[in-house]
Design a protein around this ligand. Structure first.
Ligand code: GDP
Ligand code: MN
Length: 379
């Protein structure tokens, strides 16, 4: 889950990190009022849940009221990488001469939270990471110790010479780490972090992503979620007890267990097809879940065939079969289906399936092959 810049900065602010004074606006009139409250110049910033706004023209400096009107008019309604700009942030314009980058993420290689910092912050940070990776310093943080003052100071000394800045940065880095841990983030970033004329560190931009699987214990974060169309479907599926991720292909999959679901998608690829989704109906599948899953699959226009791959352990094949039988009563399924049903109560399950007239095969390979063939015929 992602949040907007203004929301990230509200969280930063709660932890004592200085951010620009700013106001969220939904139209030009509000923007002009905000600008006169804050005082010119201001920066007009698109609030969208994608990166690289600056480069896309979504961040503009406005020195006059005319500029504010012009920038707000241009940015509101703009399409940035498929995201419509519906709100803008009017932030005080700040003078600075250097941009720093500070970020935290989870690093699988070191199996730790990784603290990153650079003297070369700003909109080109991605280029820096590619062309001059040494300009980004990286510190894996020991989970038991957390980010100690010692380590925070060590990082700060690599960015700043001035002792006052080092002190400020040490606090700021520790607070940023605390935010990361407290909120179950996967990314926390300040880019740019700047030094004001008064010699104070200030966060000009903020970015935060969160671990979806931790949202159950992050009620305040969950409450500000603005899911996009794909995420809405995923959340709906989750509310029904299904793990569902839409993909680009045309073969719908219904599988029990994440590992089997991965194997199923691989098998489809091996036979030259592409999966339309990852769908795990879970361990102890009740028939209702199977009905919900069939609903999801059949309402996706991309899906040209469906492969049902069940290996019954805790999941009982007859439960799945009953769910399918019920689903077929409720929904008119016109998409060709192939099913492989193996394991606990497979015999009883197959007995129920018999009346449905769905081809049943023995192995996962045969099922994938048939699903790919069906999809090809439909195209
Ligand atoms: P991003 O492109 O989505 O990361 O948007 P940012 O909020 O980081 O803004 C992009 C760039 O605009 C920054 O790196 C700064 O160079 C510039 N910028 C943003 N806010 C201000 C400001 O208050 N004053 C000035 N002079 N430049 C700003
Ligand atoms: Mn930025």
């Amino acid at each position: 889950m992602k949040i907007h810049e203004y929301q990230a900065k509200e969280i930063f602010s709660k932890y004592g990190i200085a951010v620009t004074k700013e106001k969220l606006c939904y139209n030009t009139q509000e923007a002009i009022e905000a600008a006169s409250e804050l005082g010119l110049p201001v920066v007009v910033k698109a609030q969208v849940l994608v990166g690289g706004r600056g480069k896309a023209g979504g961040v503009k400096l406005a020195r006059t009221e005319y500029d504010v009107r012009d920038a707000a008019g241009k940015i509101l309604g703009m399409d940035i990488k498929g995201c419509l700009v519906e709100k803008i942030l009017i932030a005080e314009g700040v003078k600075f001469n250097k941009e720093f980058y500070v970020g935290l993420t989870i690093d699988r290689n070191t199996k730790s939270v990784l603290f990153m910092a650079s003297k070369e912050g700003g909109v080109e940070i991605e280029e820096v990471a590619k062309d001059n990776p040494d300009a980004i310093i990286k510190f894996p943080i020991d989970a038991d110790l957390g980010l100690t003052a010692f380590t925070a100071r060590k990082i700060a000394f690599q960015l700043f010479d001035d002792i006052s800045l080092v002190k400020q940065a040490t606090d700021l880095f520790q607070q940023l780490y605390k935010i990361f841990i407290d909120t179950d983030s996967t990314i926390v970033e300040i880019n740019p972090l700047v030094i004001t004329d008064e010699g104070k560190l200030l966060a000009l931009d903020g970015k935060m992503n969160f671990d979806d699987n931790a949202l159950y214990r992050q009620k305040e974060i969950e409450a500000i979620n603005e899911p996009d169309e794909v995420e809405k479907i995923e959340l709906f599926a989750k509310s029904k007890g299904l793990a569902f991720i839409p993909l680009d292909g045309n073969i719908g999959c219904m599988v029990n267990g994440a590992g089997l679901a991965m194997a199923t998608m691989d098998m489809i690829q091996i036979y030259g097809g592409t999966p339309a989704n990852f769908l795990d109906i879970g361990g102890s599948s009740n028939p209702q879940k199977v009905i919900e899953a069939m609903n999801l699959l059949t309402s996706d226009k991309k899906v040209k065939s469906i492969m049902i791959n069940i290996f019954g352990g805790i999941t009982r094949c007859d439960d799945v079969a009953r769910g399918l039988a019920e689903a077929f009563k409720q929904i008119k399924v016109e998409i060709p289906i192939v099913i492989r049903l193996e394991g606990t109560n497979a015999k009883e399950g197959l007995e129920i399936i018999k009346q449905l007239n769905i081809p049943v095969v023995q192995t996962m390979g045969e099922a994938a092959e048939m699903a790919v063939k069906f999809a090809a015929e439909k195209n």
